[in-house]
Design a binder for this molecule. Structure first.
Ligand SMILES: [Zn+2]
Length: 140
């Protein structure tokens, strides 16, 4: 007997992370930059990770980067993700210094994914409230 498919979990959004999720809905991948020392900040925070200033601004990423590391999930996923098997969970290192995102690699066979593979962002609608940034192979 198949287990009923549950809906996928949705992000829990802190007030200071809201601009990130508003950005993905508009097809923009945003991260924070410290206006005092220039450090890039991701995930969203209330203060700079380098100088602790709260003078942060939102800037748009190029959406391009490389696979830093990844794993292919082939079994034992949470029930909501069973229809997606096999799928790739990856840390993507974006072009912008110090910005890394935990996401999925989509748009290719999971066996094609490699470390240092060039990727670019693509946006997947989860529901009316959330659009998730995912990454696909970048073919120039
Ligand atoms: Zn700073």
């Amino acid at each position: 007997m198949d287990a009923p498919v549950k809906p996928k979990p949705v992000p829990v959004v802190n007030p200071w992370a809201r601009p990130f999720w508003e950005g993905t809905k508009q097809g923009k991948l945003l991260y924070q930059k410290c206006k005092d020392c220039g450090t890039n900040v991701f995930y969203p925070r209330i203060a700079c990770i380098s100088c602790f200033s709260d003078n942060l601004e939102w800037v748009e990423s190029s959406g391009k980067g490389t696979v830093y590391t990844y794993t292919v999930v082939k079994s034992n996923s949470p029930t909501a993700f069973l229809p997606d098997l096999p799928y790739v969970i990856a840390i993507v290192k974006l072009e912008e210094d110090g910005v890394q995102m935990l996401s999925n690699i989509v748009g290719c066979d999971p066996d094609e994914v490699r470390c240092d593979m060039p990727v670019e962002v693509t946006f997947e609608k989860l529901n009316d409230e959330f659009v998730l940034p995912k990454f696909k192979p970048f073919r120039s």
